[in-house]
Write a protein that binds this ligand. Structure first.
Ligand code: F0G
Length: 365
């Protein structure tokens, strides 16, 4: 039986790695593209969800971390660092273990979901909690890594985007064509940049973010690229407003970002694809999270649900083309943030005596 080899080994001819380069991998990627018939009915299109919560640390970040950390390993630096709203730090901490490196994570104090914090801790990362938001943390981390022998593994490291673009390859490989529309959450805007790069490279074109010479060796797989539809959270929507947001706020802490690093690239993806970047409210995000859980069978964290929230919003506005092939990326696993998911729900069932009769009674059978 074939064992998936991780995104570098699976797509090496399209990534900046040679045969003898060290590969640090946890066998990330190869995630399911799940058809969602009920969502399809709801919006009148053919909808699939790319379940990135199935990656080794439970989010899409692992795709970029394998390539960023492999590059660090090749260069010989011994410590990596990142700013994070939680998932990048979880991933960096795990890949640092796999690589035998030290890892420092710079986090906004009190704003990291419990599961993600647990991951950074159990993988042995050094935690720095900042009285500030993600944007402050990224500024600090950039300066810190410039001044000290520590490598930055945020998505401003171009190797991160190289790894993350493989998600687009997987989608085209699974569908046998590019989708008409790709919908995804937007925070720091690395992922929309990476998907746009991946889709374009499969269509024999490059983007602003592409490595210079990579285009020269690329074989064309398809002729088309999708429209890119990005969704930010209402209170953290700088790309929609057209200016940075000083105090970003949203229940979707993963995308609680006011000044995205890949701003220009995200605009390129939006404009060159004929797509758009819009925003959804916290209420719409939580509603979509519930729909994904109860109608599709996929439990995602709040930020992940903003893609589906956006699709539902567009459908209500009548702007979803009938019958279009649509892929929604759901970026992170719901198990990372159970507190938010359970808010307002009754989670204390009546305790019964240990008998079948008592269970039958509770179930009303
Ligand atoms: N969804 C999840 C679950 C995320 O963790 C992130 C970003 C995004 C979407 C947005 O992706 O930044 O590439 O536009 N999380 C980063 C982190 C910021 O630190 O984990 P983006």
């Amino acid at each position: 039986a074939h064992q998936w080899q991780g995104v570098i080994n699976e797509y090496r001819d399209r990534l900046p790695f040679e045969d003898n380069d060290p590969v640090v991998t946890l066998y990330e990627g190869g995630t399911p593209l799940v058809p969602a018939p009920k969502l399809s009915n709801l919006v009148g299109a053919d909808v699939h969800v790319k379940v990135e919560g199935m990656n080794p640390t439970g989010s899409f970040k692992d795709r970029g971390m394998t390539s960023a950390v492999s590059k660090v390993k090749a260069d010989g630096t011994e410590i990596i660092a990142c700013a994070s709203t939680g998932n990048t730090s979880a991933s960096a901490a795990a890949y640092a273990v796999a690589a035998g490196l030290g890892c420092a994570v710079i986090l906004p104090a009190g704003k990291i979901a419990a599961g993600k914090l647990a991951q950074a801790i159990v993988h042995g990362a050094q935690l720095v909690a900042v009285d500030g938001n993600f944007d402050d943390c990224l500024r600090i981390t950039r300066e810190l890594t410039e001044m000290h022998p520590v490598d930055l593994v945020n998505s401003v490291n171009p190797y991160r985007l190289q790894g993350q673009k493989t998600a687009a390859f997987e989608i085209v490989d699974a569908l046998g064509k590019a989708p008409d529309i790709h919908v995804l959450p937007v925070g720091n805007a690395g992922n929309i940049t990476a998907y746009w790069m991946g889709y374009n490279e499969y269509a024999g074109r490059t983007t602003l973010a592409s490595f210079d010479d990579s285009a020269l060796h690329m074989e064309k797989v398809v002729d088309t690229v999708p429209q890119m539809w990005g969704y930010q959270a209402w209170g953290a929507a700088p790309l929609v407003l057209g200016h940075p947001v000083e105090d970003p706020e949203t229940v979707a802490t993963a995308i609680r970002i006011g000044n995205p690093a890949s701003w220009k690239y995200a605009e390129e993806a939006r404009d060159s694809s004929g797509g758009f970047i819009d925003r959804v409210t916290d209420g719409e995000i939580l509603e979509a999270q519930a729909v994904l859980a109860a109608e599709v069978g996929v439990f995602v964290e709040p930020a992940s649900a903003s893609s589906v929230a956006g699709l539902i919003k567009a459908s209500k506005a009548g702007t979803v083309p009938e019958g279009a092939t649509i892929v929604c990326t759901v970026t992170g696993n719901g198990l990372k943030d159970t507190v938010t998911a359970l808010e307002g729900r009754n989670i204390e069932p009546d305790v019964i005596e240990p008998s079948v009769a008592a269970a039958v009674k509770v179930l009303g059978l």
